[in-house]
Design a protein around this ligand. Structure first.
Ligand code: NDP
Ligand code: TDO
Length: 287
């Protein structure tokens, strides 16, 4: 039996992993969120890992409110950099593989072609900076890690752009959405499946990988496709980033190249709009 701990279990990715585990009977899972272990409580973390050891830790916990992080730097630092560092040290001492998730927001958007794992990072936001520091801390402490950088994650769970659009679209026949930031939406279930396959195959090609769905669009294109799939008649007006006031600056371009994960982990990747269709269908069924 492979023993796995999943942190951030009630978030989008944690919930998507949980929804899929029945297909993996050779693995036992323990799902924890803040109620079971508050990652801000360093004594509680120490005690928890004195009593528990795992083959894998999948760290889905993070400070993901990009705008709030701009004014709540200390907490963003702790959750996105400090905790990954501590988890990496624990993994090193307990011979555990750490699977950690990072973000396209480590890039500044100045390069307008799909970004590789060794491309220069230059985060524009506190969120992006602290996530990059988390990556570096893990690399320093541990060899047996997978860091999966992904982008524009959405799912049936938690908070995300698709759910925000569907909620706003119910009460508004017109929305203004940014059309000069380009990236790739990623269905959390597609990422969850990759994580579960890495674990169940005991893959040991450790390292940093980019993963998103295939293709690219803008937030405007993402919103339009969402309404189209949900058959909601909402006019989506394209606006520039300068017309949308927000605390954090987002990259204008953050499409991730999947060449490395395709060749080294042998992964097949679905087009972003096909996966979005699945998620929107599930969300409509839940209503
Ligand atoms: N969302 C996105 O668009 C993207 C996300 N990522 C990365 O993917 C990973 C998963 O993201 P996602 O699933 O969307 O994140 P979520 O924000 O949905 O989930 C994070 C979870 O961590 C929990 N958490 C927060 N603080 C603590 C704490 N002190 N102790 C224990 N748990 C805590 C949250 O609880 P609570 O909700 O109560 O705060 C939440 O359940 C993250 O590393 C994120 O940076 C990468 C690219 C895109
Ligand atoms: C709600 C809304 C957002 N927007 C814009 C603002 C922003 O540029 C973009 C997305 O806004 P959101 O706040 O939903 O998403 P945001 O939190 O910026 O999403 C990011 O989250 C972190 C965690 C990541 O790692 C990134 O990959 C990315 O997914 O859409 C509009 O233009 N109009 C709107 O009505």
């Amino acid at each position: 039996m492979i023993k796995v701990l999943v942190t951030g279990a009630k978030g989008q990715l944690g919930s998507s992993i949980k929804a899929m585990i029945s297909a993996f009977n050779e693995v036992t899972f323990e799902f924890i969120d803040i109620e079971e272990l508050d990652l801000f409580d360093l004594d509680a973390i120490e005690l928890f890992f004195k009593e528990n050891e795992y083959d894998y830790i999948v760290n889905c916990a993070a400070y993901t409110n990009v705008d709030k992080a701009e004014s709540d730097i200390e907490n963003a630092e702790l959750l996105n950099q400090g905790i990954p560092s501590i988890l990496a040290k624990i993994c090193a001492s307990q011979k555990t593989v750490l699977i950690h998730i990072s973000t396209d927001f480590v890039f500044d958007g100045s390069v307008k072609e799909p970004l590789n794992e060794n491309d220069l990072v230059n985060p524009l936001s506190v969120y992006g900076k602290t996530k990059f520091e988390g990556e570096e801390a893990i690399k320093k402490e541990l060899e047996s890690y997978f860091i999966l950088r992904t982008s524009w994650l959405y799912s049936e769970y938690g908070n995300n752009f698709v759910k925000t659009m569907l909620r706003l679209g119910k009460d508004n026949d017109k929305l203004r959405v940014i059309s000069d930031q380009f990236g790739t939406p990623t269905y959390a279930s597609d990422l969850a499946e990759i994580i579960l396959n890495i674990i169940s195959s005991r893959n040991s090609n450790f390292g940093l990988y980019h993963f998103s769905n295939n293709g690219e669009t803008s937030w405007h294109g993402f919103a339009k496709k969402t309404f189209n799939l949900a058959q909601l008649d909402v006019t989506v007006e394209p606006i520039s980033s300068s017309e949308y006031v927000s605390a954090a600056t987002r990259p204008k371009y953050s499409v991730l190249s999947k060449s490395k994960i395709r060749s080294e982990l042998g992964i097949e990747i679905v087009d972003w709009d096909n996966s979005l269709a699945k998620c929107v269908k599930n969300l409509m069924l839940d209503q």
